[in-house]
Design a protein around this ligand. Structure first.
Ligand SMILES: [Zn+2]
Length: 339
């Protein structure tokens, strides 16, 4: 192998190694291996004196060229490492480590449930309206025909704020706020947070989400209400879902019903979620009481309407098979990441 060939070979080898060095230590080792006094370059240079007088100048020039090239490469590598050091002083960055995954947020399971509920009713022609969380006694109770001595008004059930203000205990009252401003037909979905002064346990919390839906027009019947609720349940829980309407009482509905679905966890056999009854209550509903129409000036001879109130938390618990409502409000990422 001629001297020039040896230079070429050394160049190829050294450039390759310098370029792929990824740590300061590797670079120091390469510097010692190639550029120190006893390094590969100096060793090769010693062979120069054995060349003939004609060969020497060209060979010397070629060797110098390689030396400059390696010096420059070393400097540029060093300065790029220094820049990295500036970014994270004291901590050396190892490029060979695998990258970190970026964190991707998700919607809360209650928000996902609420969005799906709204989407289904929106498809059936409901528009969405919202009311304030802080309400007056009038809207929360009086306008909805709650008698003065109704137990729900009790301070043990309701959070009272200053004067006449309370945290609303349901979203049914959004009906009245809408009726005061608009004439029938009105077909509205009112989602929102409601508050109850209740003992906190696996099945009840001091706040939860409700969706109130109502429709007032000429000739609206209980059959329309049933149709809408059955359509919703089939869309949300699946075609095989079974519903049960039980007679009930709400001050603002006449007649009133509570609606259960056949427990989708145990299929009706009985489990802790359905309290071994095989059925789970998911909503209250009924035809809007004429007293409510009277208070907002609707002609109850001409118009009829239905209303229903869904418990979003209860529905989310069924859908995701969650047996403790408190999990929704603890913001524990180990829980939330599962949805
Ligand atoms: Zn069950």
């Amino acid at each position: 192998m001629t001297f020039l060939e040896k230079v070429e070979e050394l160049e190829k080898e050294a450039v390759n190694k310098f370029e792929s060095a990824s740590t300061l230590r590797e670079l120091e080792e390469l510097k010692a291996e190639y550029l120190s006094r006893k390094g590969k370059f100096s060793t090769l240079l010693r062979e120069l004196k054995e060349l003939s007088a004609e060969e020497k100048p060209r060979a010397g020039e070629r060797a110098n060229f390689l030396k400059r090239k390696l010096d420059e490469l070393l400097q540029s590598k060093l300065s790029s490492f220094e820049k990295r050091e500036e970014k994270a002083p004291g901590e050396f960055f190892d490029f060979t480590l695998p990258g970190r995954r970026t964190w991707e947020g998700k919607l809360h399971p209650l928000t996902q449930t609420l969005d799906r509920i709204i989407e289904i009713f929106y498809g059936m022609g409901f528009e969405v309206a919202k009311g304030p969380d802080i309400e007056t006694n009038y809207y929360n109770f009086d306008s909805l025909n709650f008698p003065q001595d109704h137990p729900a008004r009790d301070m043990q059930d309701t959070f009272y704020l200053a004067d006449d203000l309370i945290l609303r205990t349901h979203t049914s009252l959004v009906q009245v706020r809408i009726f005061e401003k608009r004439k029938p037909p009105v077909k509205i979905l009112a989602p929102g947070r409601v508050y109850r002064h209740e003992a906190i346990n696996a099945r009840s919390y001091c706040l939860f989400y409700q969706v109130e839906g109502f429709y007032v027009d000429e000739n609206v019947t209980f059959a329309d209400l049933k149709g809408v609720l059955v359509a919703f349940a089939r869309e949300f829980f699946g075609k095989d879902v079974e519903l049960r309407f039980r007679a009930s009482f709400f001050p603002f509905n006449e007649p009133s019903a509570e609606v259960d679905i056949r427990c989708i966890i145990c299929k009706g056999k009985g489990c802790s979620v359905c309290k071994y009854r095989g059925w789970v209550e998911i909503l209250g509903a009924g035809m809007i009481d004429t007293e409510v129409f009277k208070s907002v000036g609707y002609d109850s001879e001409k118009y009829t309407g239905y209303a229903f109130g869904l418990g979003v938390d209860r529905i989310a618990m069924l859908k995701y098979r969650i047996d403790d409502i408190r999990l929704f409000y603890e913001n524990d990422l180990r829980f939330l990441r599962q949805f």
